[in-house]
Design a binder for this molecule. Sequence first.
Ligand code: PRP
Length: 180
Amino acid sequence: MERSNDIERVLIDEGEIAERIGEIAAQIDADYQGKIPIVICILKGSLVFCADLIRAMEVPVTLEFMKVSSYGASTTSSGKLSVSLDIMSNIENKDVLIVEDIIDSGHTMKALTDMLKTRNPATLRIVTLLDKPSRRVAPIEADYTCFEIEDEFVIGYGLDYAEKYRDLPYVGILSRKVYE
Ligand code: PRP
């Protein structure tokens, strides 16, 4: 079956994504003038967004990767953070910018930022492609948000369902018949 049959509709197309990334990159450039932030790309979902964002930015960056997931979270605590890949560099007194694809409950970003703060970065900020504020449980907000979205099952542009669709160039809504 054609993969396009799995997509209910395109939510954010390639042009819209590129335009918004340009705007956010300009904000980040203004905020980091004269600095070289350490960009942490949170695998796997953020790969595509991060690749486009750092190329849209003019300030130079160094690039790190992390693979994390949160578990055991409740409404009052950020839960435990499982780190399966950690960054290679020391972030003490450095400007750190976390690049995330989506903030949903917020558990992952809350636990990750709590952990990274113990390493004493000079600054720690979050940029996210997508935000689902209606789903938020943990008290965390991104410093830069490309798009706020409704509670839809989104895939593409790095986001997956069962590891598929990450390579689609747009953010789409997955058809219910794929997962129901
Ligand atoms: C997704 C996403 C965030 C997290 C958001 O990662 O990339 O890291 O979930 O959810 P939360 O706000 O409810 O914590 P996922 O575990 O699916 O990994 P992936 O990026 O490798 O697909």
